[in-house]
Design a protein around this ligand. Structure first.
Ligand code: ZN
Length: 339
């Protein structure tokens, strides 16, 4: 189905007319993008930046095509590059604003970094997105809140998020695969050629950098540059390292224990290679089908496994603040299937 905004539907009984109204409202915001105060903080894109944003749109559409999903173009005007001195979010360097139908990105220093971050945020717009009117609220447009983004779901009472780490991991991993494939085919780009040279140097040991200690770290490098004396100056990695590590271990474990799937009914997931497991996660993310992932994981490791996994994301720290315990989640996944 053709998308006119990132919002695919609404949860909560607003009726067909209400649903239409919500969709129209988001389609309008998607198209207009005339937000107050934006022009003062937004950087006018250079022609290189425009080209990178367009490339990000093409490559993310390629991901959709690869998984038999309809493509969805995000116009350049929905990507707002914010001047470094005006960026106020200390935790994140980019955000997808579902309510504004816009992506805000802190000014980048390299084309590779702009490509990666734009693709990542674009994927948040291109996966299935639902909004909701939380239980107990009057069914009106002003009460529309976020509900789901890919595998990431917010409960119907509002406030609690589930499977955020998994969603970020799958999105970034899809982006990483696509970028590495693009980089492999690119021979004329200087920045890419230099990064390839530096990665080669790190792998062979002729170059050293504290941040790239082992093979896994080196393979995760997105961009690197050297100074005039040939020493490594900058190294930039694909993001959500811990979440992707967790996903990687989870996929390996599912693959190692895939006979449990066959024992529990027929193997409807049709898993023959490790890549097939990743594709279940990728397709479930694109189509917003967390239930499919729950079914897969719970069939392999037992009922309630995914519920326990989600529990790590809704902890409270010593000061009573909400806390996403990714380290605990990672340890939990490492122990799966070991009795
Ligand atoms: Zn993200």
């Amino acid at each position: 189905m053709e998308k006119f905004s990132s919002i695919d539907g609404i949860i909560g009984d607003v009726g067909p007319e209400g649903e239409e109204e919500v969709k129209e409202c988001f389609a309008y915001r998607f198209k207009k993008q005339n937000y107050e105060g934006l022009s003062e903080v937004e950087k006018r894109k250079t022609s290189e930046e425009s080209a990178t944003v367009q490339l990000a749109n093409q490559l993310t559409n390629e991901i959709l095509r690869r998984h038999d999903c309809g493509i969805f173009d995000i116009p350049e005007q929905n990507i707002h590059i914010i001047k470094e001195e005006c960026w106020q979010d200390e935790e994140n360097e980019a955000t997808y604003f579902w309510d504004l139908q816009a992506i805000g990105i802190k000014e980048r220093k390299s084309a590779a970094s702009l490509l990666e971050i734009t693709m990542h945020e674009m994927m948040h717009m291109k996966v299935r997105n639902f909004v909701q009117v939380p239980i107990g609220l009057e069914k009106s447009l002003t009460n529309v809140k976020a509900f789901s983004n890919g595998l990431n779901v917010i409960n119907r009472g509002g406030g609690k998020e589930y499977f955020e780490n998994l969603n970020e991991a799958v999105i970034e991993e899809m982006v990483k695969k696509e970028i590495l494939e693009y980089i492999d085919s690119e021979i004329s780009d200087q920045e890419i050629a230099e990064t390839k040279r530096i990665k080669g140097g790190l792998l062979s040991g002729s170059l050293k950098h504290d941040l790239a200690k082992n093979r896994e770290d080196i393979e995760d490098i997105l961009y690197a540059s050297c100074d005039e004396s040939g020493r490594i100056k900058e190294v930039d990695f694909f993001c959500y390292h811990k979440s992707r590590k967790m996903l990687d271990i989870l996929i390996n474990k599912i693959f190692q224990n895939k006979e449990n799937l066959e024992a529990n009914n027929k193997n409807e997931f049709n898993i023959k290679a490790r890549e097939d497991v990743f594709n279940v996660f990728a397709e479930a993310t694109l189509k917003g089908e967390i239930r499919r992932v729950i079914k897969l994981v719970d069939r392999v490791f037992g009922l309630g496994t995914m519920k326990n996994l989600a529990g790590f994301e809704n902890k409270t720290d010593a000061d009573g603040k909400p806390f996403n315990d990714i380290d605990g989640q990672l340890e939990f996944v490492k122990k799966l299937g070991e009795n």
